[in-house]
Design a protein around this ligand. Structure first.
Ligand SMILES: [Zn+2]
Length: 365
């Protein structure tokens, strides 16, 4: 039902006033009796007429879907009055469907931040696809990225076509065979991840699959931040040869793995293998451990490092918790909770539904 019409002859807020003017009967409630009208002479409208006035000014021939405050003022300026004009105008605009379609997008955060802390290395894996890029050697156009939530270790591979089979191969070869079977994979609900084939693949290894919305990439925040790092690393290395992005990938991954992360204050390499990798600078300007390399002693030192690894990991875990808590505190300050009940009707953002490309600037939001 779009409209409810009230009978113009039904009771109205003007009734007691008319009664008073006709036979001098004052309202029983003293509070109501004392109300004064300090406005110039305005025509008093019944609820039925008020609804009409709002509709005409808001969406009539001359209306342009103005906001509640402007709407109430405009009706008042035109010489009409009824109690609760502003409140009624707000209610009226809330019900206007066109206003809802074209309203500004709400950017205010509606929910507190959920932080994910993985309990052990390679237990939780974030997956994402990046691209398309300029076609590289072998026809590669996209990048698949897998990040371990605990060590922040990253694996990535260039792909020529985006099929679920390729995603499965990546998880099997680059993650499962090299490290271990993760307990959980977090990915967006893109078609390559959210399909029966990938579900079957994951359940055959006992991996729990969890999805975040494509419309809300922030919810897979860690993978998104790694993506940014990879792109930032690749871009300046390319210069004029943009198609060579896939060739630069391994260099960038190496840098990423041997650079300490803010969250853990450790390099992903250290957390994964218990020691720091030898990087090119240690060859160019020989470091102590390179110049004093002793095969026998090296084995002993590595074993000692491994004994200490649990402690390093525990410290990194605590640092991550503190870091995430800090981020959550900052984020949650800006949250304006918005909740929905089952059965509430909501509108989807039109940004990713193709409306924008069809209607351009005139598209609904
Ligand atoms: Zn409207």
């Amino acid at each position: 039902m779009m409209e409810v019409n009230t009978d113009p002859s039904s009771s109205s807020w003007t009734d007691p006033i008319i009664l008073y003017l006709q036979d001098g009967t004052a309202p029983a409630d003293k509070q109501e009796e004392m109300r004064s009208f300090s406005l110039p002479l305005l025509r008093c409208l019944t609820p039925y007429e008020a609804e009409y006035a709002l509709r005409e000014v808001h969406e009539g021939v001359y209306g342009s879907h103005i906001g509640a405050r402007t709407l109430a003022h405009k009706v008042l300026r035109q010489g009409y009055y009824w109690p609760n004009m502003y409140k009624d105008a707000i209610q009226f605009i809330r019900r206007c469907q066109k206003c809802q379609f074209f309203t500004h997008l709400i950017h205010q955060l509606a929910e507190e931040l959920t932080t994910l802390v993985a309990p052990r290395p390679f237990a939780q894996l974030g997956l994402d696809l990046l691209g398309p890029f300029m076609r590289g050697v072998g026809g590669v156009t996209h990048l698949i990225v897998g990040v371990d939530y605990f060590t922040k270790w990253v694996e990535a591979r260039a792909l020529s076509n985006l099929t679920t089979k390729k995603v499965e191969d990546f998880v099997f070869i680059s993650i499962i065979c090299r490290y271990e079977i993760p307990s959980q994979i977090v990915a967006d609900n893109g078609t390559q991840f959210n399909c029966s084939s990938f579900w079957d693949f994951c359940s055959s290894y006992g991996i729990k699959l969890q999805f975040t919305s494509v419309y809300h990439p922030e919810s897979n925040g860690m993978v998104e931040s790694v993506n940014k790092c990879i792109l930032k690393g690749i871009k300046p290395r390319l210069e004029q040869h943009k198609a060579k992005w896939a060739d630069e990938l391994n260099n960038v991954l190496w840098t990423y793995r041997t650079t300490s992360r803010t969250a853990t204050c450790e390099t992903p390499y250290h957390l994964a293998f218990g020691t720091e990798a030898v990087i090119p600078i240690e060859i160019g300007v020989p470091s102590f451990r390179v110049t004093h390399f002793d095969e026998g002693r090296n084995g002993q030192l590595l074993r000692e490092n491994l004994d200490l690894l649990d402690e390093v990991k525990e410290e990194a875990r605590l640092r991550t918790l503190v870091y995430k808590q800090k981020i959550a505190n900052f984020y949650n300050k800006r949250v304006q909770p918005r909740t929905f009940k089952v059965g509430d009707l909501v509108l989807r953002k039109a940004g990713l539904t193709g409306y924008e490309t069809r209607f351009g600037k005139l598209a609904p939001n």
